[in-house]
Design a protein around this ligand. Structure first.
Ligand code: C5P
Length: 243
C-alpha cells in the first residue's frame, strides 16, 4: 500500500473553483488526493475536475450515485471519462446497480483510453445512528452488521472498496481481506476540533485499524496553516503505519 502521504484525501468542501484551486495549489505536494463532493461539483460542473488535474491533483469524485442500474452504469461511464482516480455509488442501490457501475467504468476506460478508476461503495453514513436506521430507514439490527453486509456485497459486485466510519474498519478488513480499499472520514487529530463529526478516530488509530485512505476536511482546510496541518496528520499516519 502507498506511503502515508498518498493515503490522505482532502475534502474540498467549498463553493468556488477559485477556493478549490487555491487549496490544491498549496496542498498538492503534501497529500494524495482531493475529494470533490456535491457542493463543489454542482457549483462548478465537470470543468472543476479538469482544473484540478491541470494543477496536478488526483480526484476522488464523491457524488454517491444511487439510481436504477442502467442509469448508474451510464453515469459511471461519464465520470470515468473525466479521468478521476476514484468515484463512489451507494451500496444500498443493490448488487445489480453496483455491477453496472463497475462495468460502466471498465467500458468507458477502455473506450476513452483513461486509467480505470476505483469504484467505491458508500455504506451507512456516519450521520446515521441506530434509531434513524431502525425507525426512519427501516433497517433492523446493528449498524456494524449492516456495514459489513454491504461491504461484502460491494466486493462480490466487483467494487474496489467502501467508505465507512473509523469504528467499522476492523470488521470490514476481517470480512473483505487485505486488498479491499477502506476509505474513512470522521478523522480528527487530538489537536483539532471535532466539529459535527460524532464517532471519530485519530489519524494514527485509523491507519492502525486498517484504513487505506483517510478523508480530512476542516482540520486542514480551516487551519491557519493548511500545509503544516497536513504535514502533522501525515506524520501521525506514519507513526500508525510504523514507518
Ligand atoms: O471537515 P471534515 O473532516 O468533517 O470533512 C469530512 C468529509 O467527509 C466531508 O466532505 C463529508 O461530506 C465527508 N463524509 C463524511 N461522512 C461520511 C461520508 C462522507 O464526513 N459518512
Amino acid at each position: 500500500m502507498a506511503r502515508a502521504k498518498e493515503r490522505l484525501i482532502i475534502a474540498l468542501d467549498v463553493d468556488t473553483a477559485g477556493e478549490a484551486e487555491a487549496l490544491v495549489s498549496r496542498l498538492q505536494d503534501h497529500v494524495g488526493l482531493f475529494k470533490v463532493g456535491m457542493q463543489l461539483f454542482n457549483s462548478e460542473g465537470p470543468d472543476i475536475i479538469k482544473r484540478i488535474h491541470r494543477l496536478g491533483g488526483r480526484v476522488f469524485l464523491d457524488l454517491k450515485l444511487h439510481d436504477i442500474p442502467n442509469t448508474v452504469g451510464q453515469a459511471a461511464a461519464v465520470l470515468t471519462r473525466l479521468g478521476v482516480f476514484m468515484f463512489n455509488v451507494h451500496t444500498a442501490g443493490g448488487s445489480e446497480m453496483m455491477k453496472k457501475a463497475a462495468a460502466g467504468a471498465v467500458r468507458a476506460a477502455g473506450e476513452a483510453g483513461v486509467s480505470l478508476p476505483l469504484v467505491i461503495g458508500v455504506t451507512v453514513l456516519t450521520s446515521i445512528n441506530q434509531a434513524i436506521m431502525e425507525n426512519e430507514i427501516g433497517i433492523p439490527g446493528g449498524i456494524q452488521g449492516q456495514v459489513v453486509k454491504w461491504a461484502r456485497l460491494a466486493k462480490e459486485s466487483g467494487l474496489n472498496g467502501v467508505v465507512a466510519s473509523p469504528k467499522e474498519i476492523t470488521a470490514i478488513r476481517e470480512a473483505c481481506g487485505p486488498e479491499f480499499v477502506i476509505i474513512t472520514p470522521g478523522v480528527r487529530p487530538e489537536w483539532a476540533a471535532v466539529n459535527d463529526q460524532k464517532r471519530v478516530m485519530t489519524p494514527k488509530e485509523a491507519v492502525k485499524a486498517g484504513a487505506s485512505y483517510l478523508v480530512v476536511g476542516r482540520p486542514i482546510t480551516g487551519a491557519a496553516n493548511p500545509v503544516e496541518a497536513a504535514k502533522m496528520i501525515v506524520s501521525e499516519m506514519e507513526e500508525g503505519l510504523g514507518c
